[in-house]
Design a protein around this ligand. Structure first.
Ligand code: 6CS
Ligand code: FE
Length: 292
């Protein structure tokens, strides 16, 4: 059965498609209040001041330090190093590498929020820690996550949400997440085909799937750019199609966040819509069993 591609991307030219999917998929009650859901629908993101407790934060930070200094983790293909140093940039599938982070993805304070937004049971499409160490960690250029997860992992529709839990303070100066509010209402199909084995480069520096300067200028002019700051323990929930990015971190203060990508079990990955082959399962999961 061929899967209709309603969000074309990575063709010859950029093409804009209005969003065809709801942002909030259900009216079911849950941890988010109605006004929070309205804000999420309008802006594409919302913040939670204290997603985890100070005591839990200490546990996760200790686990992060253990992973960061574990030579077997560094040698694992799921660990990505910085382009300009030997520092670890990201650790993918951290919920399988670490029992501590496995508990976080199942924590009802997170999983129930995802189920409420997506209106169904969920599974983890991707998890990662972006460590963004100080003194020069490179940023993440403007992109829509869904554009990549659609093109390269085969997620059919926009029924996916990311939560970024701050493990260190996300300051105004240390390479925080920037989102264009409302940008999730349009899908920007990017120009340029996906090279073979693109993930070997894109996780260090994304090229395929990045918008043109013209498109970004227009979007920023219409939507603005919001810098999401927050203390360690806070979280940002953002829709899969938000245009977002983050700058380099040249300060002494690491900006280390754990990202969990919840996908609806009704939106399970099929074949990539715009890439020659699937990415490894540690980047785009193929186990669609609902989270226990
Ligand atoms: O390719 C991906 O799946 C990853 N790339 C970016 C820049 N954000 C989402 C995700 O971690
Ligand atoms: Fe991203």
């Amino acid at each position: 059965m061929t899967n209709t591609d309603v969000y074309p991307t990575r063709g010859v030219a950029e093409v804009i498609t209005s969003r065809l999917d709801p942002v909030v998929w259900s009216e079911r009650p849950g941890p988010f209040a109605t006004d929070e859901l309205r804000g999420y629908e309008r802006n594409g993101f919302l913040t939670v001041g204290a997603q985890i407790t100070a005591q839990e934060l200490g546990v996760y930070r200790a686990e992060l330090e253990r992973l960061r200094t574990d030579p077997t983790v560094r040698a694992d293909p799921r660990a990505i190093v910085e382009p300009a140093s030997d520092e670890i940039r990201s650790i993918f599938e951290v919920h399988k590498i670490s029992e501590t982070f496995a508990q976080l993805v199942r924590d009802p304070r997170l999983a129930e929020r995802a189920r409420q937004l997506l209106g169904s049971d969920v599974y983890v499409h991707q998890s990662r820690i972006n460590l963004k160490p100080g003194f020069g960690a490179a940023g993440f250029y403007w992109h829509s996550d869904f554009e990549t997860w659609h093109a390269e992992d085969g997620l059919p529709r926009m029924r996916t949400v990311s939560v970024s839990v701050a493990l260190t303070d996300n300051l105004a100066c240390n390479g925080g997440l920037m989102i264009m509010p409302g940008s999730h209402h349009q899908f920007l199909g990017c120009a340029g085909a996906t090279p073979p084995d693109n993930f070997r480069r894109s996780l260090q520096m994304q090229v395929a799937g990045t918008p043109s300067h013209e498109a970004l200028t227009g979007m920023a002019r219409r939507r603005g750019i919001e810098l999401l700051t927050g203390p360690a323990g806070s979280a940002v929930w953002f829709d899969c199609n938000c245009m977002h990015g983050s700058g380099d971190n040249i300060t002494p203060y690491a900006r280390s966040n754990v990202f969990i990508v919840y996908n609806s079990v009704e939106n399970a990955a099929v074949e990539p819509f715009a890439a020659p082959t699937r990415r490894p399962e540690y980047i785009g999961a193929r186990d669609f069993a609902p989270l226990g």
